[in-house]
Design a protein around this ligand. Structure first.
Ligand SMILES: Nc1ncnc2c1ncn2[C@@H]1O[C@H](COP(=O)(O)OP(=O)(O)O)[C@@H](O)[C@H]1O
Ligand SMILES: [Mg+2]
Length: 265
């Protein structure tokens, strides 16, 4: 099963669904956090989720990652039910949670450290990933010596090391200044394209969502549900000039009017 999906993946011939949510919902006690939600994410795509704070975006990710079991409905990966089961997707949490006592390489190989012990091969792969994506000079540094952008790169490399095809990134650039954020967006697109992963990305920045994505899911206020599923028809590679493109502005207007309308209810 794994081999089959891996080979399709490399050839990029199968652009079918990786992830399918079917009426997936979450209630915490009496609090409905995520209303029944259904969508499909295709292989190799970059899909953003935007929505008001507290609408259930992180809860949705926790259900996809299996950290929270849905109250009803299912989460399927390549057609297999993974509801409530961890270990099937790469998940970069909203807080980066780098271990301050481990070096950059130590953090990148954290998954192996926690499960089976770090091998020489893990270290070589980790170093090579780090070098490829701009962290080569920092392998022996500790997280507190790094800038915010660099820390997020480390956290993403750690997520990539788990080898999962689907990556969940929860507001990874939320705490960064505008210039760093901009550099990180380009960097992420480079990582996404060269590693051929499927990305689900949460952000509250509508420009960021449009710039990065093939498709945007807009969620309502809590209990969150998808109120708009918008395809972004901008060519790749994405360029700064597109930020003022008519298609870009049209998408932005549509998303913002919905977000503002929803939050005004
Ligand atoms: N483990 C939990 N127990 C109880 N309530 C929770 C839990 N996790 C999240 N919530 C609540 O669910 C709602 C959605 O939270 P969250 O998914 O973090 O929103 P978002 O990521 O969109 O800001 C919030 O009201 C939050 O307080
Ligand atoms: Mg959140």
């Amino acid at each position: 099963m794994r081999l089959v999906s891996l080979s399709l993946y490399i050839e990029r011939v199968d652009l079918g669904p990786v992830l399918t949510l079917s009426n997936t919902e979450k209630t915490f006690g009496a609090l409905p956090a995520v209303a029944p939600t259904s969508f499909t994410i295709n292989q190799g795509s970059f899909v953003s989720i935007v929505g008001p704070s507290g609408c259930g975006k992180s809860t949705l990710f926790n259900m996809i990652a299996g950290l929270e079991a849905p109250s009803a409905g299912t989460v399927q990966l390549h057609g297999a039910d993974i509801s409530g089961r961890t270990g099937h997707v790469g998940y970069m949490l909203q807080k980066d949670l780098l271990a301050p006592w481990r070096t950059v390489l130590g953090n990148i190989t954290m998954g192996a450290h926690l499960t089976r012990g770090v091998t020489r091969e893990d270290e070589e792969r980790g170093s090579s990933l780090a070098r490829q994506y701009g962290l080569g000079e920092f392998l022996a540094h500790y997280p507190n010596a790094l800038s915010g952008g660099m820390r997020q790169r480390v956290a993403l490399m750690r997520t990539l090391m788990t080898d999962h095809e689907l990556l969940l990134l929860d507001e990874p650039f939320g705490a960064l200044d505008a210039q760093t954020r901009f550099e990180m967006q380009r960097w992420l697109l480079d990582v996404w394209q060269s590693t051929q992963r499927t990305v689900l990305f949460v952000t509250h920045d509508v420009d960021e969502a449009i710039f990065l994505s093939d498709r945007i899911l807009v969620m309502s206020e809590r209990p969150g549900r998808v109120v708009l599923d918008l395809t972004i028809d901008l060519p790749r590679p994405r360029r700064t000039a597109m930020l003022t493109d008519t298609a870009f502005m049209g998408a932005k207007r549509e998303i913002l009017s919905l977000l503002h309308h929803e939050s005004g209810e």
